[in-house]
Design a protein. Structure first.
Lengths: 468, 554
């Protein structure tokens, strides 16, 4: 349905996109005792770290090989070696995950080769889990970095089951996309366990970034899936992948272990969850628990109550492809018009979004489209706050990063219950906006709403609260 | 790149830096930051530093030439505040892709500059170099020069790619860019004898506005603030100021020193953190201005304002002092001068159990010693694990630090206060000090801490169950003890040697004893004062033949 276009701008204004290496590092944060390591200059790590810390309000493990100018010219072997040794000795991690960056990809560091050499030089590292992913900054985006890294983890860490090994019928692998929050993962875990299934999440951010308070101080991740559990994922009966970005990892799992997969593109909305629950009932051989029958009813009621407010809204949405597809489809199914859709990178799901055009662009594009097409609901991550203030339309924060509100790690959107919450939140924003900004006056019928004119001067002159 | 490395060398040789003055030549050439360790570093890069230093110029477009990571991951993350323009908060980047890496990014950069001029028409554009274009040899100086000429607008290259060094070096390189391309390029509309520059002040959370009213009241004009809430035109004409204050940071010292050299603007190093420091700084400003020709009555007026403000601040802080008595604070800070905060906290009556001196000079350390006494606990470098332990062991009641270490404190269920750049309260000036004290009070006395530190009741329930079982066992033992027979047997017979009735009865029974003498042999009983009692026992005990086995043994 939708045509995917790319604007011809030389200068990205108010980027929607974030870089691939931190998407990769993010995936490593879902492993227990992990230390993600960016092979690049200090800033690559420091910017990513600040972003994660502001989003989760948690201590975040992330290290750097601290490439200097000279090291960049001479090659980064020594930096990688030193970094691994330092982390190994000090932080005592269970795994180190390495992502390359723009600098080290430009000079062509062969990190896979380095790792081989390092294992030879330092026998204590011979069997130590080290996973390397190539993630140049100048290609692809956050979501791609995540997808690639999970695929790499599957290739390196999952063991092929021995021939004739029994599969555990209750055990299920779950490969969640990076648009799911720790809260979403916990919700999925509960749902799967209610069907008597034993899920293994790769990666499992719910164990590491859900905000729980550990008894001891650890410089690595404080939870997540253990390397040993990942190794045994080949004995599961099936794999559930969530989001198109996880196709690569699911295929890698199938190729390596023969475990079949089912990919759910979305888990927000009535129909997608019906399919999901039906699938779980099918693989577990159990009827749907009464709890979910009730939750389905609650969602249906929420849709009935909210459609008055959401129906007909002109939505401007900016997000990475999977989240964009998920949320915009759900709202489209609630009667909203997806009027402006901006994303970061190519994906097969984009052309199935219920709109005419999807733009691979930035938040300036989104703001401009929202202004010219009179959108009255904005959905994007926290960087959309400036645009929202200028457009003066209700703004629902979704995706990463969400640094100007708390509780980002627990925003729920999956399952009947998650969908219900999202619908309530958005409808309430719309109601509040109507009460605050659109109360009828004796004259309001006389002047129908004037479309806001795209004005460049007002863009600069507009003064909004600039304190974070 | 030779010019960049030359600039860096020059920065390392900064004569105005007190820390530098104490070094040998060889040490100096190595630069002022420790070589970062791969796998053990946490700081930002030189690009980060340059951006921090310059981004608070609010009417300038800040364009980052590099792949998406440099700007996409970091834009709009600073708490500086603007009184008007908002273009500085707009994230602008060339978002270099693979093709640009292969064919060079200069054309894209030029086009980007052109787009910005046509869209936003800002008074100037700052172009930041990053690692990748520096590696592939994009010459941003040349592009900026060409763009300036063609577009008739200042386009300033800030040559500070991330991999050349630390955040601190980036601050300095940003200063160099200002000196080379901006300062002195325009003239102010008018000048007064009361014009000053503030150098190295970023107006975080709008805290400059807590001091500005005092300066306004004294008739002192901030001709240019580098760079908090600054405008391009102001900094470009800042060379006409009469005096300058270098605020709280060594990073911009070369700007202050070179402006003194080139334009004869005297400067002093001061701070608006803490009551004493604020007063000192106001006095210094007045003194410098008067030395440069302002009427001398300025000094009296300044003293009057200081007296009024100090009295007000002290009065506001006074009620907190008894509340803070005995409360211990741990101060972990990089950027803000430690001693100025130390002084401020002591003014409020807090005990300081330690302060970090990672970036302090020798003089700074001396001052800390002066303030905190000889036994001052100065922390050179503390790992998060050590901080956590210190807090967990309750060696401090509150930690004040930058945002990155906040969770170390919070996860130890310890009060914490942000005093670095991401904070959302303004702590400058007299008002700021009162605000800081208020915030510390709020943090320290929040009833939440007590709830969080309380043990979980269900763990208590489990413990109770255990104690219940223990109690039952104890009770059984007590019951046994309460048995009349046991009580009877426990009665002491020989008080000298503490021999009880039971022991004697057992001995008599098992050995078939009949005389006091025999009892004395078989037990510890002395048979002195207790002779009568033993005779009584013997008389009461039925005479029984001892077991055959014992008899045989005898």
């Amino acid at each position: 349905m939708a045509i995917v276009t790319t604007p011809k701008k030389a200068c990205a204004v108010n980027p929607l996109k974030m870089s691939q290496p931190i998407g990769g590092a993010f995936a490593f944060m879902g492993l227990r005792g992990a230390m993600p390591l960016l092979h690049g200059s200090q800033g690559c790590t420091s910017f990513g770290l600040t972003l994660f810390v502001r989003h989760f309000k948690e201590a975040v493990p992330l290290q750097t090989t601290a490439m200097s100018e000279v090291a960049t010219v001479l090659g980064g072997y020594e930096n990688v070696e030193q970094a691994i040794l330092n982390i190994y000795n000090r932080a005592k991690p269970e795994i180190i995950g390495i992502c390359s960056t723009g600098v080290t990809e430009t000079n062509g560091d062969d990190v896979d080769g380095y790792i081989k050499l390092i294992r030879e030089q330092h026998p204590q590292l011979a069997k130590f889990p080290l996973v390397f992913v190539s993630t140049p900054d100048f290609k692809d985006t956050f979501q791609d970095g995540w997808g690639k890294t999970v695929a790499c983890m599957v290739e390196v860490l999952v063991e092929s089951p021995a021939g004739g090994a029994e599969r555990d019928p209750a055990r299920v692998n779950v490969l969640p996309g990076c648009h799911l929050t720790p809260g979403d993962l916990d919700e999925l875990r509960t749902i799967l366990e209610d069907f008597g299934l034993k899920p293994s999440f790769l990666p499992d951010l719910a164990g590491s970034l859900d905000g729980h308070i550990p008894d001891e101080f650890t410089p690595t991740t404080i939870g997540g899936i253990g390397v040993d559990e990942v190794a045994g994922m080949g004995r599961s009966s099936c794999t559930i992948a969530i989001g198109e970005q996880m196709r690569r990892a699911a295929e890698a799992m199938q190729a390596k272990t023969g475990v079949p997969f089912r990919l759910f593109e979305r888990l927000c909305g009535l129909i997608p969850n019906d399919e999901f629950i039906a699938f779980l009932s099918d693989i577990s051989g159990r009827p749907v628990p009464a709890k979910y029958r009730r939750q389905r009813g609650q969602l249906a009621d929420a849709m009935l109550d909210a459609h008055f407010h959401v129906g007909g809204r002109k939505l401007a949405i900016g997000a990475e492809p999977d989240l964009l597809f998920d949320l915009s489809s759900m709202l489209h199914e609630m009667g909203a018009q997806v009027t402006a859709a901006v994303t970061t990178t190519q994906s097969p799901v984009l052309e199935r979004i219920g709109t005419n055009e999807v733009l691979i662009g930035d938040l300036e594009d989104l703001e401009e489209l929202a202004r010219t097409r009179n959108c009255d609901l904005l959905i994007t991550h926290s960087h959309g706050r400036q645009a929202a203030a200028r457009l003066k339309i209700p703004f629902y924060r979704a995706g990463f990063p969400m640094f100007d509100r708390i509780g980002a790690g627990h925003q729920l959107s999956v399952g009947y219950r998650g969908t219900r919450d999202v619908i309530f939140d958005i409808a309430n924003l719309v109601i509040a906006d109507r009460e605050e900004n659109h109360q009828p006056t004796p004259d309001s019928w006389r002047t129908s709403r004037q479309p806001l004119k795209p004005s460049r001067r007002s863009f600069i002159a507009s003064t909004e609260e600039s304190i974070a | 790149m030779s010019s960049l490395s030359a600039t860096i060398q020059k920065i390392f040789n900064e004569p105005g830096c007190a820390k530098n003055a104490n070094k040998s030549d060889a040490e100096r050439n190595k630069g002022c930051t420790k070589q970062v360790q791969p796998g053990g570093a946490a700081g930002g890069c030189a690009f980060d530093g340059a951006k921090i230093a310059l981004q608070p110029f609010t009417d300038v477009a800040h364009l980052v030439h590099g792949p998406i990571a440099c700007e996409g991951n970091s834009w709009d993350n600073r708490g500086a505040a603007s009184s008007g323009a908002s273009i500085w908060r707009t994230g602008l980047t060339t978002d270099m892709n693979e093709t640009d890496i292969v064919f060079g990014g200069e054309k894209r950069l030029y086009k980007a500059i052109k787009e910005i001029v046509s869209k936003y028409n800002p008074p100037a554009i700052f172009v930041y170099q990053t690692c990748v274009p520096a590696m592939i040899g994009d010459d941003i100086n040349a592009v900026c020069k060409a763009a300036s000429q063609k577009l008739g607008k200042p386009v300033i290259p800030v040559n500070s790619p991330g991999f050349v060094g630390s955040k601190n070096l980036g601050n300095k390189l940003a200063g160099e860019a200002l000196l080379e391309h901006v300062i002195g390029t325009q003239e102010p509309d008018y000048t007064t004898p009361y014009d000053i520059n503030l150098i190295g002040e970023y107006n975080l959370s709008g805290e400059l506005w807590q001091v500005k009213p005092l300066l306004d009241e004294l008739g002192i004009r901030i001709l240019s603030c580098i760079s908090g809430d600054g405008k391009y035109r102001e900094v470009a004409s800042s060379h006409r100021a009469r005096a300058a204050m270098m605020v709280c940071s060594k990073a911009m010292i070369s700007v202050a020193r070179k402006m003194e050299e080139r334009y004869g603007i005297p400067f002093f190093e001061g701070s608006f953190y803490g009551i004493q420091d604020s007063s000192d700084s106001l006095r210094q400003i007045a003194r410098l201005l008067v030395e440069r020709g302002a009427p001398s009555e300025l000094i009296e007026r300044t003293e009057a304002v200081i007296a009024r403000e100090e009295a007000g601040a002290w009065a506001a802080i006074e009620p907190y002092k008894p509340r803070f008595a005995g409360k211990r604070a741990l101060l972990i800070t990089g950027g803000v001068k430690s001693w100025s905060v130390v002084a401020a906290l002591q003014e409020a009556g807090l005990d300081l159990v330690g302060t970090s001196v990672k970036k302090s000079t020798k003089q700074d350390k001396e001052r800390i010693k002066e303030l905190m006494g000889q036994d001052a606990h100065m922390i050179e470098d503390m790992t998060p694990r050590e901080i956590y332990k210190m807090l967990k062991d309750a060696k401090a009641d509150i930690m004040l630090s930058g945002g990155k270490s906040q969770f170390v404190a919070l996860k130890a269920a310890m009060p914490w206060l942000d005093i670095n750049q991401e904070r959302c309260h303004a702590y400058m000036g007299y008002l700021g000090m009162v605000k800081l004290v208020e915030e510390i009070d709020k943090a320290l006395f929040n009833p939440m801490w007590e709830q969080l530190r309380r043990p979980v009741p269900w763990e208590q329930v489990a413990k109770n169950r255990q104690t219940k079982v223990m109690a039952q066992m104890d009770a059984q033992a007590a019951e046994v003890a309460a048995d009349p027979e046991t009580t009877r047997r426990a009665k002491k017979v020989c008080f000298c040697k503490e021999v009880d009735l039971g022991t004697l009865e057992d001995a008599i029974r098992s050995h078939g004893l009949t005389s006091v003498e025999a009892v004395r042999q078989h037990t510890n009983a002395l048979g002195g004062c207790c002779k009568r009692r033993i005779e009584d026992i013997l008389a009461k005990m039925p005479v029984s033949s001892p077991p055959a086995m014992l008899q045989a043994a005898e």
